[in-house]
Design a binder for this molecule. Structure first.
Ligand SMILES: *Cc1c(COP(=O)(O)O)cnc(C)c1O
Ligand SMILES: [Zn+2]
Length: 409
């Protein structure tokens, strides 16, 4: 095989999304070293590229047999490792019947349920594993009770790298079974998710393992943004609207970043309007964004449930927990990144209840032939809410199917 040019020459710097300070590119980087850690937003770093040169490299690249995320190497911070599960390169499926019942001109489903561990998280894990390889890490770890941990466990199993996952005692038996089946070392932490996170960071740092903890690792969104590059190619252009379920905010923000990079490098002319969907039982980002306080450090004070007064009517009145477990994030870790992309694209966030998600789940199965994770159907529920409010009869819409393990609880 001919040697590929290293993509690292197009990634130039890291910039803090909170204070704007630029830092040298370093694959070991985590949070901004200048920002304090108080307030609700951390100094999450963003990878900058020489976008024009990267776009030129993509345009003139020889036909590449790869169809996974590393096909987009010029806009990634790291080369493909010698061994990797195949993340990305998923189909874009037409859903004319579902589009009709939603009153939308054109609806396409980006089917990321077909990733190796059945979720879009695999795109981020592929990048994390590549960096772990480059840094010669002895092990990888993350704290999660959901798809991120299962994804990491699967990729680590294939690469033969030790994998530690920290899960709160409340993690379901189903999820634990997936993790053990992949051979991960499961650390059940007697406490909440936040306590599991703290313990993971402490032990990971002490042992020199590589971290796949969401948001704080600046490189993971780079893998997720490849969804956008694929959609543009599959659609032959940019959709009018793009919808996805939102927990921490990394996924939708990453997709927004991908489209913005295409626009800024002259590959496309405009951006899709981004629509993010949360569960009305836990919708801190909806509250904050709608209140217009998404700017700057520490803005948008929340109460303990994460609901501000503007959306209490919708978001704070439910005592029960939604079944959309993959987006139930009380303290989202990538709000600033998401809000920046939403503002840029004139996008918005909506909250939906479980009844609406059940209806969307039904519609996906009966009218589009898709069975997916409950959380994923929230995107379609949010789309229905938008479509009821404003005409989308001329719009070309893409809904991202983020997860496909129907047994996730
Ligand atoms: C993680 C996840 C999301 C949300 O992604 P965030 O980056 O947390 O906003 C949505 N759907 C599924 C299936 C997920 O696993
Ligand atoms: Zn900073």
């Amino acid at each position: 095989m001919p040697a590929r040019p290293s993509p690292a020459r197009f990634a130039t710097r890291l910039r803090c999304l909170r204070c704007g300070t630029e830092h040298a590119l370093d694959l070991r980087a985590s949070l901004c070293s200048v920002c304090s850690t108080d307030g609700i937003d951390h100094g999450v770093l963003d990878v900058l590229y020489d976008l024009e040169a990267a776009a030129r490299a993509l345009r003139t690249a020889p036909a590449d047999p790869r169809s996974d995320v590393f096909r987009w190497a010029p806009v990634l911070p790291v080369d493909a490792p010698p061994v990797t599960l195949w993340a990305g390169g998923t189909p874009l499926i037409a859903a004319p019947r579902l589009a009709h019942s939603l009153g939308i001109a054109e609806l396409w489903l980006k089917d990321d349920t077909r990733n190796p561990t059945r979720s879009l998280k695999d795109r981020a894990t592929a990048i994390a594993m590549a960096i772990a390889h480059e840094l010669r890490a002895s092990a990888v770890y993350c704290a999660s009770q959901g798809n991120a941990a299962i994804s990491l466990a699967g990729f680590a199993a294939q690469a033969g790298l030790e994998c530690h996952v920290y899960v709160p005692a409340t993690a379901s038996e189903t999820r634990l079974r997936w993790l053990r089946r992949y051979g991960a070392q499961v650390h059940v932490v007697d406490g909440t998710y936040d306590e599991a996170y703290a313990e993971a960071e402490a032990e990971g740092a002490a042992n020199g393992w590589y971290s796949r903890n969401c948001a704080f690792n600046p490189f993971l969104v780079e893998g997720k943004k490849t969804v956008a590059w694929e959609i543009r190619e599959q659609l032959g252009g940019v959709p009018d609207v793009l919808v996805a379920p939102v927990g921490d905010g990394c996924t939708l923000a990453a997709i927004g970043k991908g489209f913005r990079e295409m626009r800024d490098s002259g590959v496309t002319k405009r951006l899709p309007r981004l629509i993010g969907v949360q569960s009305d039982t836990m919708a801190p980002l909806v509250s904050r964004f709608t209140a217009g306080t998404g700017v700057g450090a520490g803005a948008g004070a929340q109460d303990a449930s994460g609901a501000s007064t503007t959306s209490r009517r919708r978001a704070g009145t439910h005592a029960h927990q939604s079944r959309a477990s993959s987006i139930l994030v009380g303290r989202p870790r990538n709000a600033l990144r998401l809000f920046a992309e939403l503002r840029e694209s004139a996008g918005e966030l909506v909250a939906v209840d479980d009844t609406a998600i059940e209806r969307a789940e039904d519609g996906l199965a009966r009218e589009a032939g898709v069975i997916c994770e409950f959380t994923t159907a929230a995107g379609i529920a949010g789309l229905r809410e938008i479509a009821e409010r404003e005409p989308l009869a001329k719009a070309r819409v893409v809904a991202v199917l983020t997860g496909g393990r129907v047994d996730v609880v």
